[in-house]
Ligand binder design. Structure first.
Ligand code: HEC
Ligand code: HEC
Ligand code: HEC
Ligand code: HEC
Ligand code: HEC
Length: 257
């Protein structure tokens, strides 16, 4: 009987069986890679806005406190984005003819929200967690966690981008080991955690000396910082002081209820 398959075809058949076996793994891996890439989560990519609002200009160079515009951040779950009136408190007097500020003036005149030139509503959301996740700003600020730890180097952004992916494992990394993230400003030990958050931006603007850790919190990814033994000891003392219960902090109910 003549051979139906040549040896080379046999090898090919074997190879395709192996490949088929690997396929689910490859697809799964590709899926995971895509869902974590900056494209999907838009991390580090400036988001198009109706007005090129610069945090570098306003928060860093002019030194306007975050709370002037994000008025509820230390008291409630949400930080809030400022209404047109907040911009007009300055821009009815300065830069009044800037074409960049036309959407602000239009909104002020019409009473409608700030919008893109084509009329679609503005301030595109940069950061969000899904509806089934509960998040609260006030408790994090109260524990002295700087905005930049979660949002990236906001005070350096010309156009705002998302600093972290806000996936569950990211939240849990800090909830599991809060002692690695809690800290006290040694130069201002009497400030509360909350005061310390905003004071750090003032120190930066005034050109005060920053510790390596503070520099890291403001500019680098805090999650790649390895605190030394002394810093971890300090963190543990703060865990006690604040009464952080690590068990309930990783409890599903804390974030999903
Ligand atoms: C003069 C007003 C003003 C000040 C001061 C200000 N912001 Fe903002 N912020 C805005 C506006 C307007 C937006 C919406 C447009 C944008 O995303 O850039 C915004 C957006 C943001 C966002 C993204 C919101 C989203 O859609 O997810 C973050 C995070 C943020 N600000 C953090 C800060 C921090 C941290 C500070 C202080 C260091 C600060 N802001 C100071 C006006 C301000
Ligand atoms: C406390 C005062 C103050 C507030 C509040 C404020 N700004 Fe400004 N803004 C300034 C000053 C001062 C400048 C000019 C900075 C410079 O060029 O040195 C400026 C510049 C700008 C520019 C650049 C204008 C140009 O033609 O280059 C834009 C855009 C802008 N602001 C948008 C906003 C928006 C949007 C808001 C509200 C969310 C806002 N500002 C709130 C003070 C303010
Ligand atoms: C522990 C991490 C964390 C810290 C610290 C933090 N944020 Fe946020 N922020 C978030 C998350 C998560 C969201 C998305 C919330 C949502 O979708 O409900 C968010 C959303 C925002 C928004 C969009 C509007 C809103 O309220 O949802 C603004 C503005 C903002 N943060 C500003 C700030 C400022 C200003 C600070 C510091 C004073 C700060 N954040 C500190 C995690 C943080
Ligand atoms: C850098 C550290 C850090 C990160 C990142 C972080 N948290 Fe927290 N979170 C804390 C600390 C510290 C507390 C306070 C725990 C306590 O005192 O018991 C807390 C408390 C909470 C609480 C309890 C609020 C309450 O009222 O009891 C919720 C909900 C929460 N975080 C959600 C989140 C979510 C969702 C994320 C991710 C999007 C997140 N956190 C990211 C440190 C962090
Ligand atoms: C510190 C806050 C926090 C805690 C605690 C937490 N989650 Fe989540 N969870 C999140 C966030 C944030 C997301 C959204 C992630 C995203 O947008 O991709 C999420 C998403 C999910 C999802 C959707 C699938 C996914 O991975 O995105 C499931 C299911 C889930 N959580 C289950 C749980 C269970 C079960 C527990 C307890 C063992 C738990 N979570 C504890 C913050 C938390």
């Amino acid at each position: 009987m003549p051979q139906l398959f040549k040896p080379s075809a046999n090898t090919l058949a074997k190879l395709s069986v192996i490949l088929a076996g690997l396929l689910p793994v490859v697809v799964l891996y590709a899926g995971v890679t895509v869902s974590r890439s900056p494209y999907n989560t838009k991390v580090d990519i400036p988001i198009d806005q109706p007005i090129p609002f610069s945090h570098q200009h306003h928060a860093y160079e002019l030194g306007i406190d975050c709370r002037y515009c994000h008025t509820t951040v230390e008291k409630t779950a949400i930080a809030g984005v400022p209404p047109t009136e907040t911009c007009m408190s300055c821009h009815s007097q300065i830069w009044t003819n800037s074409p960049l500020l036309e959407p602000v003036r239009k909104s002020y005149e019409t009473g409608l929200p700030i919008a893109f030139a084509d009329g679609s509503p503005g301030w595109t959301k940069v950061n969000a967690v899904p509806d089934f996740v509960y998040f609260d700003h006030s408790i994090h600020i109260d524990r002295g966690i700087n905005c930049n730890v979660c949002h990236g180097p906001v005070n350096k952004m010309q156009i705002t981008w998302k600093g972290n992916d806000f996936q569950m494992r990211w939240c849990l990394e800090c909830h599991r080991e809060p002692e690695k993230y809690l800290y006290t400003d040694a130069a201002n030990p009497n400030l509360s955690g909350r005061e310390q958050v905003f004071n750090l931006y003032m120190k930066l603007q005034e050109g005060a000396k920053l510790t390596q850790r503070e520099y890291n919190m403001l500019y680098k990814n805090e999650f790649r910082y390895s605190p030394n033994t002394k810093e971890i000891e300090e963190g543990k003392a703060l865990v006690k002081k604040y009464g952080v219960t690590k068990e309930s902090n990783v409890d599903c109910y804390t974030c999903h209820h």
